[in-house]
Every structure is written in structure tokens, then in C-alpha cells.
Write a protein that binds this ligand. Sequence first.
Ligand code: AP5
Ligand code: MG
Ligand code: ZN
Length: 220
Amino acid sequence: MKGKEMNLILLGPPGAGKGTQSAALVERFGIPQISTGDMLRAAVKEGSPMGLKAKSCMDSGALVPDDVVIGIVRERLAKEDCANGFILDGFPRTVAQADSLQATLEDLGKELDAVVSLEVDADALVERLTGRRICKGCAKGYHLRFDPPTIAGRCDLCGSELYQRDDDREETIRKRLTVYQEQTSPLIDYYRQKGLLISIDGMRDIGVVQSDIATALRIS
Ligand code: AP5
Ligand code: MG
Ligand code: ZN
């Protein structure tokens, strides 16, 4: 990696493993994960005006308007804890968001180091999302088959109950995958043209994907 900062984007369809791999990168490099999905879900839970606006989009599997997410990411990137780097998980998701990110980073005197693109087949994505469970306490993600908790329904880390995300129903999943194809997948070429794209085979086991990303980042 050049320089001291590690400014990353994790790009990939719903269920590709962005959240799972972000958690590993947070631990390894000590830089924060910035997940627009997590931030929006927190706003929905709080019942804030932004949350109310976002909820219907999220429940239907559509994207939340660009100006909403652009605003929250701009604010978040300016925080002190991003000084040594950040991992953007689920942002940008449209070309307009990517353009605005570039302008924000220029304003902040920052530069992207790499865009890690996780590639996973559509069938595997559906299986991953229908089997996903999340801890109510610490938000750690699990999978009923691929990454089960030691005690069914309970988090290994904090013992809290696990739940299923509202948008992880098969019908909503299909819609999210279509939205990804139409609105987000053009970003693969967008970042390839900028020489920032690192393609990773996201079909492999969680641990293998994790070490493939680490290897790719070290030599890039
Ligand atoms: P968001 O929360 O970002 O959801 P997403 O992009 O659909 O992605 P997911 O969180 O579902 O998947 P992931 O890639 O993180 O996979 P995970 O690691 O959990 O966004 C939700 C909604 O918010 C959007 O639909 C939109 O409405 C709105 N939104 C968010 N950002 C926005 C933006 N920028 N602009 C506009 N709207 C926005 O893994 C999935 C499962 O698979 C887990 O169970 C995991 O254990 C398992 N798994 C992971 N890796 C593997 C592996 N290698 N092998 C087997 N299983 C695996
Ligand atoms: Mg996620
Ligand atoms: Zn927990």
C-alpha cells in the first residue's frame, strides 16, 4: 500500500460479503468500516426524519436517494477516526455517488487506494442472504449454513439473540439484485478505468477470501 493511509471501497452485490470482509479488515488494519446500510438501518430504528425517508426505499429493495447517502458519507469521512483510512461498505452505489465521493475526497485531501470488487454468482447470493442472521447486540453477521453460531440463535461474542433483516426475504432479495445490476455494477468499469479495481473471487470460503484480499492489498 502506498503511504500510511488505507482508503478502500468494498464493492459487490447484496450478499457478496462486504460486511463480513469489512469486519476482518477493521480488525487487521484498525481503520473504521463505513456502511451506509448500517447507518440507514440505525436511522430507521431511531425514527429520525432521514430514517423515515429511507425506510420505504429499503423495504422495497430500492436505493435511497443519492443526496441522502452522499450527505451522511461526507460527514462521516470528515471525522478524526478516518485519518489513517476507511473502508466504504455499500457506498458508492451509483455513478453520481462515485463522482460525489471523488469531490469529497479531494476536499478532504484524501485519495482512494483501492476498490475491492467481490464477485459472487446470483444463486449463491440468494442462498447467502436467505440464511443470514445478525446479532441484535453487536451486529456480528452469521450464516445458518456457512458460518453458524455455536449455540443456535445466539451470538458467539455477546450472547444476544440473532435476527433476520427485513430486506432478506426472497422477493426483496431479487429486487435488490436487479437494482445492483442496473445501478451499481457500472461502477466496476468506472473504477477499472481509474486503475483502482482489484477483483476478488468471492465464491470461496470466508477465510480464503479474507487472505486473498490481504494479499492483493499488500502488493498493490
Ligand atoms: P446494505 O446494508 O449495504 O445491503 P447490501 O448491499 O444489499 O449488502 P448486504 O449487507 O446484504 O450484503 P454484504 O455484501 O454485506 O454481505 P454479508 O457480509 O452480510 O444496504 C441495504 C439497503 O440500504 C439498500 O438496499 C438500500 O436501500 C440502502 N442503501 C445502502 N447504501 C446505499 C447507498 N449507498 N445508496 C442508496 N441506498 C443505499 O454476507 C451475507 C451472508 O453471507 C452472511 O450470512 C455471511 O455470513 C455469508 N457469507 C459472507 N461471505 C461468505 C463466503 N465467502 N462464503 C459463504 N458465506 C458467506
Ligand atoms: Mg452488508
Ligand atoms: Zn453479538
